[in-house]
Design a binder for this molecule. Structure first.
Ligand code: NAI
Ligand code: MG
Length: 498
């Protein structure tokens, strides 16, 4: 029987309500040590809550609850599981405003342009995967006429999901919705910068799902994430974050011989051909670079290759358009661009801006305007920066910055631009802007990336396979195929009928 959770549209009050808690075995619990750490509003620097400091003992409790719940969950029919997961989607869909506001408060992502939108996609992801439950089918295999040979899809057991702070709702949903529908239980480790909204999501889901099936821990990587990955009863880990941490997760998983899914960021190229529709391409640059999210995106179009013949007009128009975006209080409806998530990330972004300014041949263009409101004086605001005169060999064009720093690279030769776009350790996303279908088709086949678009720059959507090649990761997410491949194993059964 689902308990009614009162809607709380005041994010400050909701942050206090959720303060100091994790969600284990169907109930809120403080960390077993009693320790907490502060959750800061990046727009003001003020503390809005404490988060429980989860450690190995909490991992132990959450995994034990998940193991128990999973056994019963797996016995239910797939369609019944799917219905319940879809019901979570419906319940979350009713809380978009509540979740969006809390997300804006803890991450600094503007409510209208980012946080509310993300809360909507979260709900959609559960609805989508809930509907895929009947597709957990096996096969019959024509092996021998006297033997009935078939395959069935079985759940793995307990899935550990480690998520980052930049798009915590969507990324969590992409992991736990398919895991649950496939018959697994989950233990999520939230990002230390954004522990509250995902906790609310799990609380809402728990009012529909059996206790222990969804658990969430908050805490830091080494103290809480590492013991979750290493836990002997965790049979699968799905991770989104940095390459460095992804490799640590992969090594631990290798010791246990368990499967992993890794989504690890990028340095995504956007190639603008001479014949591109300029307005469309500039709109795509703004959307693709995620200027409204302060560029804190793994798919950010952070290398924009613009054909020499339109380079200057492209840059001027892009500057005008980004200048027109309003930076300010993330909770204000008029705000287009919010803050950077944390002081650490702010330092990183500023050090790359400084590096860009020292880069030979590069020119910095600081855009938009810092907010004037004195209440935001301590906020983690940084002006979006465009760097022109950059080459693909410069560090700012090679390293993932994860901030509002965008390189514009001038090109003239088609073969050279394709080679430069592929000359990156990453391969997550890419876009091509042209009216010429032949050129578009040639480029999409040659670009080394998991997600390639022509004349648009959409974010990940349910049913579109998402994930990278090269160091951008391992495995794909957001589709039926990803649910089957990453959250089940195939069992072959042979019945001798002779
Ligand atoms: P991170 O990769 O360290 O953190 C992501 C998640 O992993 C967090 O929940 C963190 O607590 C956890 N974690 C950290 N160490 C761990 C360990 N040893 N074992 C298990 N879990 C662990 O990323 P961070 O420090 O937040 O950001 C650093 C950089 O990583 C960013 O500047 C950005 O370039 C990149 N990044 C990429 C993301 C993506 O979407 N691909 C998301 C976040 C960051
Ligand atoms: Mg880290």
């Amino acid at each position: 029987m689902s308990a009614t959770i009162a809607l709380q549209l005041d994010p400050f009050a909701l942050a206090k309500e959720l303060s100091g808690k994790q969600f284990i075995d169907g109930e809120f619990r403080p960390a077993s040590s009693g320790k907490t750490f502060p959750v800061i509003n990046p727009a003001t620097g003020e503390e809005v809550a404490q988060a429980a400091f989860g450690e190995a003992a909490d991992v132990e409790a959450a995994v034990a609850a998940a193991v128990k719940a999973q056994k019963e969950w797996a016995k239910r029919g797939a369609r019944e599981r799917g219905k319940l997961v879809a019901a979570c989607g419906a319940a979350l869909g009713e809380r978009v405003e509540e979740l969006g506001r809390l997300l804006a408060l803890e991450t600094g992502k503007a409510l209208r342009t980012e946080s509310r939108v993300e809360a909507g996609v979260l709900a959609d992801m559960f609805t989508f995967f809930g509907g895929l439950a009947p597709e957990l089918k096996g096969e019959t295999v024509p092996f021998n006429p006297t033997m009935l040979t078939m395959t069935v899809r079985e759940p793995i057991g307990v899935v550990g999901a480690i998520i980052p702070w930049n798009v915590p709702l969507l990324l969590m949903a992409m992991k736990i919705a398919p895991a649950l529908v496939a018959g697994n239980a989950v233990v999520v480790k939230s990002a230390e910068e954004a522990p509250l909204t995902v906790l609310r999501v799990i609380q809402i889901m728990n009012s529909i799902l059996p206790p222990g099936l969804v658990n969430i821990l908050s805490g830091f990587g080494p103290e809480c994430g590492a013991p979750l990955v290493a836990h002997p009863k965790v049979g699968k880990v799905t991770f989104t974050g940095s390459v460095e941490t992804g490799k640590i997760v992969y090594r631990t998983a290798a010791d246990k011989l368990i499967p992993v899914t890794l989504e690890l960021g990028g340095k995504s190229p956007m190639i603008v051909m001479a014949d591109a529709d300029l307005d469309q391409a500039i709109g795509g640059a703004i959307a693709g670079m995620r200027f409204t999210r302060q560029g804190q995106s793994c798919t950010a179009s952070s290398r924009i290759f613009v054909h020499d013949s339109i380079h200057d007009v492209f840059v001027e128009t892009l500057k005008e358009k980004v200048n027109a975006l309003k930076m300010g209080d993330p909770l204000d409806e008029a705000t287009d661009i919010g803050t950077i998530v944390s002081p650490q990330q702010m330092d990183r972004v500023q050090s790359y801006i400084a590096l860009g300014k020292e880069t030979k041949g590069a020119t910095a263009h600081a855009l938009s305007a810092m907010p004037a409101d004195p209440k935001l004086a301590k906020g983690l605001f940084v002006q979006p920066h465009l760097f022109t005169g950059v080459t693909n060999d410069d560090r700012i064009a090679r390293e993932e910055i994860f901030g509002p720093v965008c390189c514009v690279i001038r090109w003239t030769d088609y073969e050279e631009v394709i080679a430069a776009a592929n000359d990156s350790e990453y391969g997550l996303a890419a876009t091509v802007w042209t009216r010429d279908l032949k050129v578009a088709m040639d480029a999409v086949h040659r670009l080394e990336a998991g997600f390639v678009q022509v004349n648009q720059n959409l974010v990940v959507q349910p049913n579109l396979s998402y994930g990278g090649v090269k160091t951008s990761g391992l495995g794909k997410e957001a589709t039926l195929e990803s649910m089957l491949e990453h959250f089940t194993h195939k069992k072959t059964i042979i019945i001798n009928m002779k």
